[in-house]
Design a protein around this ligand. Structure first.
Ligand SMILES: NC(=O)C1=CN([C@@H]2O[C@H](COP(=O)(O)OP(=O)(O)OC[C@H]3O[C@@H](n4cnc5c(N)ncnc54)[C@H](O)[C@@H]3O)[C@@H](O)[C@H]2O)C=CC1
Ligand SMILES: O=C(O)C(=O)[C@H](O)COP(=O)(O)O
Length: 369
């Protein structure tokens, strides 16, 4: 009998359903011990004290040499998120620690968040006669899924992704997307510039991709939505741009998250606390993917499935398309906006309140496409 100690972010959905003696121990007779902590409280001292075999995180735990320097037990790190900018994967590889993330887990959730924001601010786009051009920057799982909805709605898509081949959707330069779209939605990972001190960086870095020069290319009535990572937009440039243009801007992510200055918040058309991916399906899929990866690492067959845990889903995209006035029933994004704004005190939303909204979030349901 081998004990497996798992240190996990308490914000991971259905941890105990996926990681227990039955789901991990059947063949290998593992006994599973789970220790849960808030993601931001997972630090080097805890890793050194607990010496877990497995570390399960979400996006708020930075995993790097500083975290693991006094730990010699971790063999597997799973992040139940799409984004991986918080994980130094080269360092994990150098320690022979297996890493898995949950690619694509919430692609429909985030795409549906974007559609909800667009239709909430511009309900006229429901009409087939409204010819909308949607600009999508980053055409991976989320951007590609959003494009499918856009085509289903009869919209034009201008897409930019320099790391993918040209296609029907990957059809424009960055300048064209910025200057010719009615709505622009960002779906890139957060990456830094490749240079001598960062040889693993990107030839197409996304940190501050949307800076003053990019914003200047966008017509004033172009809506901008960021549900990717905060630092993709240079916040100071965005504030100046909104003051100048009164642009409609929707942010789910923030450059200085989890703190948000009211000087920014007050300028936004919609602001939400990094919950674009927070559907029951999106979060469970995230857990399922890292559970499956851990089973592979342990050479045991997965025996738990999110389909055992999901209640009936009544939310059909086809229904919403036929009855657009039902949007608030599908997702009332303004409730999330109000909850965030209500947390503002002394010129800012503080990090604990931002994290609290996310911890206590009532998970939405994904609409069936
Ligand atoms: N707000 C939220 O709750 C959530 C946010 N995210 C964020 O969304 C990001 C995107 O997610 P996915 O689409 O699933 O990732 P993905 O990896 O499937 O796609 C990202 C795409 O961006 C492209 N890309 C990279 N650099 C680019 C650049 N400079 N310009 C244009 N395109 C570029 C890549 O080639 C790739 O096709 C994640 O990395 C994560 O940070 C993901 C889930 C939930
Ligand atoms: O998957 C991602 O990437 C995200 O941004 C998550 O949806 C949010 O992750 P947490 O902040 O809940 O860890």
């Amino acid at each position: 009998m081998k004990n497996i100690t798992i240190l996990a972010d308490s914000n991971i959905a259905s941890l105990n359903d996926f990681f227990n003696d039955a789901t991990l121990g059947q063949l290998a007779e593992h006994r599973v011990k789970i220790i849960t902590v808030a993601g931001r409280d997972i630090d080097a001292a805890l890793l050194a004290r607990v010496q877990p075999d497995v570390l399960l995180i979400r996006s708020v735990t930075k995993v790097d040499e500083a975290l693991l320097v006094d730990n010699n037990s971790v063999q597997f790190v799973g992040s139940a998120t799409i984004g991986t900018d918080h994980v130094d994967q080269d360092y994990l590889a150098s320690r022979n620690i297996t890493f898995a993330n949950a690619a694509g887990c919430s692609k429909h959730s985030v795409a549906q968040y974007v559609l909800t924001a667009v239709f909430t601010l511009r309900p006229q786009y429901w009409q087939q006669s409204a010819s909308l051009t949607l600009g999508i920057i980053g055409l991976g799982n989320i951007g590609g899924t959003l494009a499918q909805y856009a085509y289903d709605l009869g919209w034009q898509v201008l897409g930019y992704d320099p790391l993918l081949p040209t296609s029907k959707t990957n059809n424009a330069s960055l300048e064209q997307v910025l200057s010719q779209s009615d709505v622009i939605s960002l779906h890139v990972p957060l990456t830094n510039e490749k240079n001598a001190s960062n040889p693993k960086g990107s030839d197409y870095p996304t940190r501050h991709l949307i800076n003053a020069a990019a914003l200047a290319m966008m017509p004033a009535d172009t809506m901008l939505i960021n549900s990717a990572r905060g630092p993709v937009i240079e916040e100071s440039a965005l504030k100046a741009d909104i003051e100048r243009t009164e642009r409609q801007v929707v942010l789910d992510v923030f450059e200085h998250e989890p703190q948000i200055a009211v000087s920014l918040l007050s300028k936004l058309a919609i602001a939400t606390p990094h919950i674009a991916g927070y559907t029951l399906e999106g979060k469970l899929r995230g857990t399922q993917i890292i559970y499956d990866a851990l089973c592979e690492k342990l050479s045991i067959p997965p025996t738990q499935s999110m389909s055992n845990l999901l209640p009936l889903n009544m939310f059909l995209w086809s229904e919403l398309k036929s009855y657009p006035d039902r949007l608030p029933k599908f997702y009332d994004i303004m409730q999330d906006d109000t909850s965030l704004r209500n947390k503002a005190v002394d010129g800012q939303v503080n990090g604990a309140d931002f994290d609290g909204l996310r911890r206590d979030y009532h998970l939405r349901r994904e609409w069936q496409f």
